[in-house]
Design a protein around this ligand. Sequence first.
Ligand code: F6R
Length: 612
Amino acid sequence: MCGIVGYSGEQQASEILLDGLERLEYRGYDSAGIAVISPEGELQIRKTKGRLKVLKSLTDNGRVFNGSTGIGHTRWATHGEPSDVNSHPHLGDRNTIAVVHNGIIENYAEIKEYLISKGKVFSSETDTEVIAQLMEYYYEKERDLMASVYKTISNIKGAYALGILCRDYPDVLIAARKDAPLLLGYSDKGHFIASDVTALLKYTREVSYMDDGEVAFIRKDRIEVFDEFGAPVEKEHHYIDWDVSAAEKQGYPHFMFKEIMEQPEAARSTIVPRISSGRIAFENFSLSDEYLKSINKIVIVACGSSYHVGMVGKYTLERLIKMPISVSLASEFRYADPLIDENALIIAISQSGETLDTMEAIREAKRHGSKILSIVNVKGSSIVRESDEVIYTLAGPEIAVATTKAYSTQLIVLNMFGIYLAELLGTIEKEEYIQLIAELRALPDKMSAVLEDTERIKLYASRYFNQESIFYIGRNIDYALGLEGGLKLKEISYIHSESYAAGELKHGTISLIDNGTLVMAVGTYGKLLEKTISNILEVKTRGADVIALTTDSHREAMEKAADMVITVPEAPVILLPSLGIIPLQLFAYYVALMRGCDIDKPRNLAKSVTVE
Ligand code: F6R
């Protein structure tokens, strides 16, 4: 969603801010702006609705501003439509304080009313403007910068990551955080703040993560951090090992295509370090064997594609550990008064580690005494810090809004945890365990083999990219795969899709099948193949065109029923979704490409969803 970058150092700030914002574009935004303090203490601001290139041309690529301390922002509108005036940074009405903000201020209306009664004049509809106005109000009364920051944050309710400038302090950048990500970056040439590490990779790998309630004063030569009571805090420094090139297109037409192609490598990076001497082991894993043996329920909570990973996991983990697994949309779980206690393990799945709904679901589970194991891609993210244990997906930065390699690595981690737990609980035979380890090792090469057959998928996409609606059907793991396939298609191509459990179709949805309707039938699970074929015949009888996805050994059977067939190599059932998802991702990608869609930045979507 919104992005923040800030800098105080020896270089011109505006170019660094614009470059950092460019690297945050992938998160989704509708307007952008920067503020830089001039050496004479003037707050210079440019902000505009639309893409960053508009801001760049308005500022001659940042050259119109002289100054080495500044803040930048990309906004994804919540309070107030996307417009120049609602864009960040926001100023107090005396032009003393400038603020950029990610998050939502819940009591902004009440504060605004108070400030208006004190004579403050507002210019935007945003919740953020009240922060700038309130801080300026305190600062003008007391002339104490630190005190006015603390007074402001103690009066606002909600979530915030803030970057603040005061024109009387031309070399100081202030940051504050509560329930929204913000990190500090360290380098010889100056210091940084950012809402997402990708904004800083070009300048530094040394970062620390701000915690809730903390305030930081950032200058060219030092960063001072204080806790919620104003006491100094020593921050732990972390080294980010992501490669800058991993966040660049490197000749690929889209990040999404690049990330689809990177899946074998991402899978290898995620699998290999977790297998040692033929057994699965997670580094520094703190959930004890005794604790894991005491759990009687697992609940997976997540949103969107991460939820779809959970849907696959329900089938695969129940099979492995013979324990009831429930999967809940995080946004529903948190208000459902869940029936969990200290014997329930909650698995939270999140690529970004910042999804607010998932975070709130974790907090709800903790109130019930349950432990949280999270599966996350971004180190140091908020969900990691609120979990009892984390297993990272080692997918590297994922830039395209539509997830691909993060989904695949989440699936792998969840299955690896299932196999690990099955061995511990004694619910898996030794031979099957050994076979699964060997198959996990072989998985990246099988994924590469699937990626070799892109031409066939492109051909099918060219036949159907003009469809109004596409149906995905499947049973068991294939139903879960269909859910993700359908979501991929919807989000990047804007074609309506329905994903149905194949046996459920005849209970209503089959009325939508007509001559020429495309049905994508997912049938990788050999045991249920015949059942899925019956469902294919049902839709074919009603005029549908069917593309079937199955494994190599079932090609012939599928060819008798479907119009077109795509196959993936054989694998144990729990690993099949890691192969089956690839053609579905590619199909959505090519359809969107042929429709001329903005694949990496689909309309209305954001990469990390930090609002409820
Ligand atoms: C779809 C997609 C979203 C995310 C969802 C959860 O391609 O990316 O559905 O999966 O917003 O995000 P995370 O995994 O960051 O919690």
